[in-house]
Design a protein around this ligand. Structure first.
Ligand code: ATP
Ligand code: MG
Length: 152
């Protein structure tokens, strides 16, 4: 179905603010077009990225900046945290099922499926997911969806 991206993101991110009350979640949404996507799946992708940003940030650095923009061809959604970061050599592995980075804190109840799910769903919707990160500084996940996405 066609999603009003601005309205959808505002509603979803406001709900996350309530759910993660000790996460400082800021967002900005600068889009006009609609996106052809499944809102439940898109919400689950956002949920997984926010869950990670929350889990992998120390208590005094639980900050997440979400920016939703569009250019001529794509919607571009970035999730930038100030967490523990991810080593470059892990960038491919983290998207694999059941893969988890070793020697991390705060991993109870996690099984390593979140990002594999995000990648699968994003690509199913015709989009892409990318990671940039610096250890000890933070991480940016970028979702890109073509404006004229194939109808599912
Ligand atoms: P699950 O999502 O199933 O609860 P998980 O969070 O461990 O488990 P993924 O979401 O797939 O699994 O993430 C894979 C690994 O990538 C994590 O174990 C973590 O080490 C690393 N990671 C993911 N997101 C971040 C982030 N925002 N900051 C730092 N490390 C991250
Ligand atoms: Mg996860």
């Amino acid at each position: 179905e066609y999603i009003d991206v601005k309205e959808f993101c505002e509603r979803v991110f406001d709900a996350f603010k309530l759910k993660y009350s000790d996460l400082k979640l800021n967002y900005s949404i600068e889009v006009e077009s609609e996106l052809y996507a499944d809102p439940v799946l898109l919400n689950s992708v956002f949920q997984n990225l926010i869950d990670n940003a929350y889990k992998y940030s120390p208590v005094d650095r639980k900050v997440l900046e979400v920016v939703v923009q569009q250019n001529k061809k794509n919607f571009v959604i970035t999730f930038e945290d100030k967490g523990i970061g991810i080593d470059k050599k892990e960038f491919n592995s983290i998207f694999k099922k059941f893969y988890r980075v070793k020697n991390q804190f705060n991993q109870q109840g996690s099984i390593g499926l979140g990002l594999a799910f995000c990648k699968e769903i994003t690509e199913f919707m015709g989009g892409e997911i990318k990671v940039e990160s610096q250890l000890g500084i933070g991480t940016i996940f970028t979702l890109t969806f073509p404006l004229d996405v194939k109808k599912l």
